[in-house]
Design a binder for this molecule. Structure first.
Ligand code: ASP
Length: 336
């Protein structure tokens, strides 16, 4: 009966037992923490300290991504690239094993948005605070207001961007849209001008949690919010199934409720890698020819401590840690 139910579930996803076999199951580990991109290596170390001591996955994923928020990164924390008006605005979210979640968006001048997101989750009746309200809440909670200055690298990148952007202050929204058409993809040096540190972990007690934090797209329109603070898009955790987090062009992650989609697919029996791949395929199908111009990637873990990832394009990697001596950067598989 159980086998038949499982077969029917897979059938409704358009999958057969045969197609599932083509996905290698990653080894099971508990505890385990995984995170996006190479910055994940350092972030995992901080998370691992919590997990090794028998701590909660929730604490691990907060402390892990704080490392990246405090570093000089192009795309995370106050040192990151600004929006097109020269302001760094930050998005973050966090979710625990009980469906508790909190997020902040369009937050300025606060060093650790992930911790503000956690306070939103723990100290307010709400899930999300944005902009001036999020900043006011952060200050009430004792966070410090940091100076409104760009890091050296961000200043340089912004000046370069301004040269070509031909950006002029908004006079007429139709014109300005045309002039400033937001092309968030590859820079001249071939790097993406956006990134997120996203992290998901399984602790000794068998509970999963996740976090993500970003400055979003470099040189985005002022007020733009990406997928990272949207629960179900950039991040989703379901303690019965697992956890997933996204990085890449947030608009396209939001369209398919990406992280929720991955977790739901895991619930229906797919491995983390197969679930990430299905979600990527969904985005590519929707984007058609334009898929080649964007990058989106998902990473996921399930309750058994298996992990996986999938990206649209080559070049995405993620850090997997299940021990002091086992914190490795893996290349993700990709679709096109
Ligand atoms: N997903 C982030 C955003 O759209 C950016 C990234 O991860 O590359 O804000």
């Amino acid at each position: 009966m159980l086998a038949r139910r499982r077969f029917l579930q897979l059938g409704s996803l358009g999958l057969s037992a045969f197609s599932l076999k083509s996905f290698a199951q990653s080894p099971m580990h508990k505890p385990i923490v995984i995170s996006t991109w190479d910055a994940g290596i350092e972030a995992n170390k901080a998370a691992w300290k919590v997990l090794r001591a028998g701590g909660r996955a929730l604490d691990a994923v907060e402390q892990g991504v704080m490392v990246t928020e405090a570093s000089q990164s192009c795309c995370v924390g106050l040192g990151a690239n600004p929006d097109r008006d020269g302001h760094v605005t930050l998005d973050a979210s966090i979710m625990d094993e009980h469906f508790n979640c909190g997020s902040v968006a369009f937050l300025e001048r606060i060093k650790h948005p992930i911790s503000v997101a956690r306070r939103v989750m723990e100290k307010t009746p709400h899930v999300m605070l944005v902009g001036a309200g999020a900043q006011q809440f952060a200050l009430e909670q004792g966070f410090q207001l940091e100076p409104a200055v760009l890091s050296k690298d961000a200043e340089k990148a912004y000046r370069n961007w301004l040269k070509k952007s031909e950006y002029k202050p908004v006079i007429n929204i139709e014109n300005s849209r045309k002039q400033t058409a937001f092309v968030p993809n590859k820079l001249e040096n071939g790097e993406w001008n956006h990134d997120t540190i996203g992290m998901v972990a399984l602790d000794n007690a068998g509970n999963v949690s996740g976090s993500c934090t970003t400055s979003g797209m470099g040189f985005k329109m002022r007020g733009r919010v990406g997928d990272s603070p949207i629960i179900g898009a950039g991040l989703f955790v379901d303690n019965e199934a697992g956890a997933a987090v996204a990085t890449g062009q947030g608009e396209d992650v939001i369209r398919v409720a990406g992280a929720h989609l991955v977790v739901e697919l895991m619930r229906q029996g797919l491995s983390p890698e197969a679930a990430c791949k299905k979600a990527i395929e969904r985005i590519v199908k929707i984007k058609g020819n334009k898929a080649k111009d964007i990058q989106v990637a998902f990473i996921a873990i399930n309750k058994r401590g298996e992990h996986g990832a999938y990206a649209i394009q080559k070049g995405f990697n993620y850090a997997v840690c299940y021990g002091d001596a086992a914190n490795n950067l893996l290349d993700s598989k990709f679709l096109i």
